[in-house]
Design a protein around this ligand. Structure first.
Ligand SMILES: Nc1nc2c(c(=O)[nH]1)N[C@H]1C(S)=C(S)[C@@H](COP(=O)(O)OP(=O)(O)OC[C@H]3O[C@@H](n4cnc5c(=O)[nH]c(N)nc54)[C@H](O)[C@@H]3O)O[C@H]1N2
Ligand SMILES: Nc1nc2c(c(=O)[nH]1)N[C@H]1C(S)=C(S)[C@@H](COP(=O)(O)OP(=O)(O)OC[C@H]3O[C@@H](n4cnc5c(=O)[nH]c(N)nc54)[C@H](O)[C@@H]3O)O[C@H]1N2
Ligand SMILES: [Mo]
Length: 764
């Protein structure tokens, strides 16, 4: 039976490819809805161009030949959403109380448009009212200085902030005296930042875009490029056209990993001729990746031993292992002790299929593994990352052309923010760099990450929150707990482009500060400024906006940080105004603190920018004599085993959203239109529960041993879907209330957004 035999409003099988005419139509609609026809749509022509601005959509790198305009549906949505003609003016806020706005959907809130004036919350009227910039900064300075200790304040960063804004921000916060840097990265690729340094000495991807031209097998684990990194489809298409096998590992059949019609190629568009992307698609169970990886390694070890016994050279790269690694024996022992029936049960894949994947891996000389949130947002997220590194190291697939590990980053500058000092765990080198450059000391104690920050606010240990972008209360697990916690704050400061739910939580004092977006001209004392960003492949380049700012009252993010610092730190050692007058001076500071940015200002003036050194990509594993380490991930499914009768829920992004920003209510490639209140389930699971496609259901979390568990989503619609048995999926952020705040990867602190045991039942 097909789903189309049962009519559910807004749910219909989608048979088309990714890209194609559907993508062009979606762009036309996004432009019309947000910018009106014709208005400065030339903005789109400046995306990712030399002298243009970096697309705020994702962190996928730009091709070397940046002269050609690269079409990207979701990049166009991100740009038009920011360059919208709609405005959230003081007039708008005068008409609506926060209590009223709270009832609006996330889509409605941001769709009001760009913030135009600095605003302050007025308790008496429950409204935001206008405030001058000077008064706003004075209030922030006073409130932060009034805290008994700087560690009672949290400074959140969302990964859209430029290197310049982020560097000034961490400098201000460190001089103020805390290392509390909750960061969107804590919810995203923290498992990479924590896991990879232990394996290969650096917490970044080792490949460049050129490596994709030379790989002879590519594995894609747990990411959805058709929606979240659409420009990557161009790269995957080229790989598929070369006849190179692409193996996709994902519980859901994502259309962008199956077939793609490139809007860049008129012939494909006219004939609607799609390129098949994945040669083989492994529908692993949610949380079953560690089992699959161990199964592949088991076949590799066994076959290698058999070949050696028969007098062959075996499958492992022995010279590489000998020269560059340690820890092989412990890994082999763990893999040997892992039983095939456990591997098959936990992964949900047959032994024959797993062995076939291992054969593709072993046959290739140059292998790239790409991965995303499907790997990191688990209790075993860090282990997952390290198992992928283990697999690559076994055949020397790190540090040679055409091979390596490629974490696909989220926010367009989340990697750069980390590089320039946004970290709750500062090291001695950073302390030395800042002391030598700016002349002040700061403590090396560890501060709070995102989960710790929310716990501290919940427990009354932190009383202030400053957010450089983002929508923390909605992005985090357990919104009920986060909303309640944030109401207890003495001070909340939101630096933002558009209104969102986090802004509607009334703390004692709340300030909403509107900033320039990437697309807009940033003029300072010395003239027009550029900022810089770092992509997923460690390329740093300049970004310069060209549009007229959404309002004459906007300040740039670096200017907001600098003026906040002046108000907060009357005896500061830093000349903040001098720095923001000319961003070259901020970059000189970054270069002085972080020597890898040598000749920063010269090198960003070369089109395309420059690549930061990544030791592992040249087989430097963290200094002279250092080795790469094979690491053991104990057990199979690190996620809490799902008790009988429960399903494992994962949460994912729809096609029309950017994290908590909901552009529209469609998820074209998954056949959902005009709604987001659905749960994707296997038809046999539905039958076993006495339910049918289209039924109204409740979903309750059942995380064993976790106190803040037991939240429920009510009256969602069950959609029969091609997903392994025992698994379920729903959208982020609708599913966040099912994730307890205390449920996270113990190593990286990443919330378990992609594995929550749940009970599904007919709606009460
Ligand atoms: N248009 C758009 N672009 C974006 C974003 C956006 O929201 N919209 N967000 C940005 C950000 S911050 C990020 S981090 C990235 C996110 O990009 P992705 O990593 O692609 O994010 P998700 O949609 O959360 O889910 C990824 C995939 O993981 C799969 N998955 C779920 N559970 C498992 C599992 O247990 N194992 C495996 N193997 N797969 C699993 C899901 O089916 C889904 O296809 O995209 C960035 N780019
Ligand atoms: N269930 C579930 N939860 C998740 C995830 C998941 O997969 N599942 N993914 C997690 C991940 S990977 C991430 S990265 C987080 C994202 O968490 P955040 O980064 O906190 O969230 P965003 O939705 O990206 O933030 C959107 C807001 O940023 C502001 N904004 C946009 N552009 C700018 C700008 O240029 N400057 C400033 N100052 N503000 C701007 C706007 O006001 C907008 O409302 O969510 C996490 N939460
Ligand atoms: Mo992310």
């Amino acid at each position: 039976m097909s789903n189309d035999d049962v009519q559910i409003p807004g749910v219909q099988d989608y048979d088309g490819p990714a890209g194609g005419w559907g993508a062009l139509r979606a762009v036309a609609k996004a432009l019309k809805d947000q910018m009106g026809v014709g208005r400065e749509t030339s903005a789109l022509r400046r995306v990712n161009q030399p002298l243009g601005f970096d697309c705020p959509g994702c962190a996928w790198p730009d091709p070397k030949d940046t002269s050609s305009f690269e079409f990207c549906e979701n990049g166009a949505k991100a740009v038009s959403w920011e360059a919208t003609t709609k405005r959230a003016t003081p007039d708008f806020f005068a008409r609506h109380t926060l209590a009223e706005l709270w009832k609006w959907s996330d889509h409605q809130l941001e769709d009001v448009g760009r913030l135009t004036h600095p605003m302050v919350y007025d308790h008496a009227s429950d409204r935001y009212v206008e405030i001058s910039w000077d008064d706003a900064f004075a209030r922030i300075g006073t409130a932060l200085r009034a805290l008994p200790h700087p560690d009672m304040a949290e400074f959140y960063t969302s990964g859209r902030a430029s290197n310049e804004a982020a560097f000034l921000y961490q400098l201000m916060v460190r001089e103020y005296g805390t290392n509390n840097f909750p960061d969107c990265s804590n919810m995203c690729h923290e498992a990479t930042s924590v896991g990879l340094p232990q394996s290969i000495g650096v917490g970044k991807g080792t490949v460049t875009l050129e490596d994709f031209d030379h790989c002879d097998a590519l594995f894609s684990f747990g990411h959805n490029p058709g929606t979240n990194h659409p420009r990557m489809l161009t790269t995957l298409r080229a790989i598929a056209k070369r006849g190179v096998p692409i193996i996709a590992v994902n519980p859901l059949k994502e259309r962008g990993l199956e077939r793609f019609v490139s809007p860049q190629h008129p012939a494909e568009m006219l004939t609607n001729h799609a390129t098949q992307i994945a040669q083989t698609y492994y529908q692993v169970k949610v949380g079953g990746d560690a089992a699959l990886l161990k199964g592949m390694m088991k076949w590799l070890f066994d076959t290698d031993a058999a070949e050696i016994a028969a007098g062959g050279i075996g499958l492992l790269d022995r010279a590489f292992i000998e020269q560059h690694t340690d820890g092989l024996d412990a890994l082999r022992a763990d893999i040997e002790a892992t039983r095939w029936d456990d591997i098959v049960r936990v992964s949900g894949l047959s032994r024959a299929d797993i062995e076939a994947a291992a054969q593709v891996y072993a046959k290739a000389e140059r292998v790239i593994i790409c991965y995303g949130m499907g790997m990191t947002q688990h209790q075993g997220g860090t282990h997952n990352v390290q198992l992928m590194a283990d697999l690559l190291l076994l055949r020397g697939n790190i540090g040679k052309p055409g091979a390596g590990i490629a974490p696909i980053r989220g926010h367009s500058n989340v990697q750069g923010d980390r590089t320039v000092g946004i970290t709750e765990k500062p090291n001695q080198a950073l302390a030395d760099g800042i002391r030598n450059t700016y002349g002040f000391e700061f403590p090396l104690t560890h501060g709070h990450d995102a989960v710790e920050a929310l716990r501290a606010i919940r427990d009354g240990r932190s009383k202030a929150l400053v957010s450089l972008g983002g929508n923390l209360a909605v992005a985090m697990p357990d919104p009920q707990a986060c909303f309640a916690a944030m109401r207890t704050l003495d001070l909340a400061v939101h630096i933002a482009t558009k209104p969102n739910r986090s802004h509607l939580i009334p703390a004692k004092e709340v300030l909403l500060l509107p900033c320039l977006g990437r697309t807009e001209r940033d003029e300072q004392a010395s003239g027009l400024q550029s900022v810089t960003v770092e992509d997923s492949m460690s390329m740093v380049h300049a970004s310069q906006g060209g549009l007229t700012p959404a309002s004459e009252h906007l300040l740039s993010e670096p200017a907001i940080v600098a003026r906040m610092a002046i108000a907060l730190l009357p005896d500061s050692k830093v000349d903040w105004q001098h720095l923001v007058d000319d961003y070259d001076r901020i970059r000189d500071g970054i270069e002085a603190v972080f020597p890898i940015f040598k000749d920063y200002n010269q090198r960003i003036r070369v089109p395309g920018g420059f690549r930061l050194p990544v030791g592992a990509s040249t087989r430097d594993w963290g200094g002279p004599g250092a080795k790469a380490h094979f690491l053991v991930a104990p057990g199979l499914a690190e996620d809490a085993p799902t008790p009988a009768g429960l399903l494992t829920m994962t949460t994912l992004r729809a096609h029309d959203q950017y994290n908590t920003t909901i552009y529209g209510l469609d998820d074209r490639y998954r056949g959902v239109r005009g709604r987001r209140d659905v749960v994707f389930l296997n038809r046999d699971d539905l039958t076993a529960m006495g339910l049918e496609h289209g039924d109204a259901i409740d979903v309750a979390s059942r995380m064993p041993g976790i106190a803040d568990d037991g939240h429920t989503v009510r009256n969602f619609t069950a959609v029969a879907y091609d997903i392994p048995r025992g698994c379920a999926a729903m959208y982020y952020p609708e599913g966040n209330c099912l994730v307890p705040l205390d449920s996270h990867d113990p190593q990286s602190g990443t919330p378990t957004y992609k594995s929550v045991p749940v009970q599904v039942s007919r709606a009460a």
